[in-house]
Write a protein of this length. Sequence first.
Length: 247
Amino acid sequence: MDLSTARAIVTGGASGLGAATAQHFRSRGAEVTILDRDAGGRDFAAGIGAGFVQTDVTDEGSVAAAIAQAVERMGGIDVCVNCAGIAIGEKTVGREGPHKLDSFRRTIDINLIGSFNVLRLAAAEMARNGREENGVIVNTASIAAFDGQAGQAAYAASKAGIAGMTLPIARDLARSGIRVCAIAPGIFGTPMLRGLPDEVQDSLAAEVTFPKRLGDPEEYARTAAFIVEMGYLNGETIRLDGGLRMR
Ligand SMILES: NC(=O)c1ccc[n+]([C@@H]2O[C@H](COP(=O)([O-])OP(=O)(O)OC[C@H]3O[C@@H](n4cnc5c(N)ncnc54)[C@H](O)[C@@H]3O)[C@@H](O)[C@H]2O)c1
């Protein structure tokens, strides 16, 4: 798919990897509408010439309304990049007692069900495009899907769900001419991580095989762009981690 003429929605586009993706796609000529629950994303979107709809990805009505607004604004949807997500750290049994079920559910709800909620409605719109290739969906997993750390039961489960659903969704949507891939980032220098003390960032970077640094959100954005443009890539989860294998 030609990114320069694509109409893309980017969830979580108010911050971090999603914001870098929205900005990169705009710089390549794509139309972009950001869906994020953080209303602060409105100014960022305006600054890069993107649309913005305040959206909670876990809410059916909110996402349906956001997709309808994105279609009205851009005339359709060709690309859906799901970056909305949260990270929590909580042990199965910690000092405070057993893992809270609410926090486990909420992590799955936002990271996994939220991504599926958006992509199923976006795919229905893409299917109307009437071309041989009607759309591309890019979800965001994590290396925690494969090498989750202590305290990451909920997060790793949500990301393993993203990796696990990639192939069956690609198979489901093949007849609609829609490709589906996921990116599994390692450790990226998003606002969340850049807020950590320098020595913590340095010790995380030292774990990376090569190059020994945090990933740049722009590198995530360029990988998403590559997936959009590479028509033979489908049903795959791509690790983007500088060879990092967590213990
Ligand atoms: N930064 C990393 O190192 C890293 C590594 C692996 C995976 N990831 C994944 O990449 C994605 C983006 O991470 P990031 O570092 O850019 O995080 P971030 O916190 O900078 O951005 C996440 C965005 O998602 C939005 N969001 C959260 N819940 C939402 C909801 N219910 N509805 C709509 N929007 C919602 C937030 O408002 C925020 O703008 C996440 O799924 C994260 O798990 C990040």
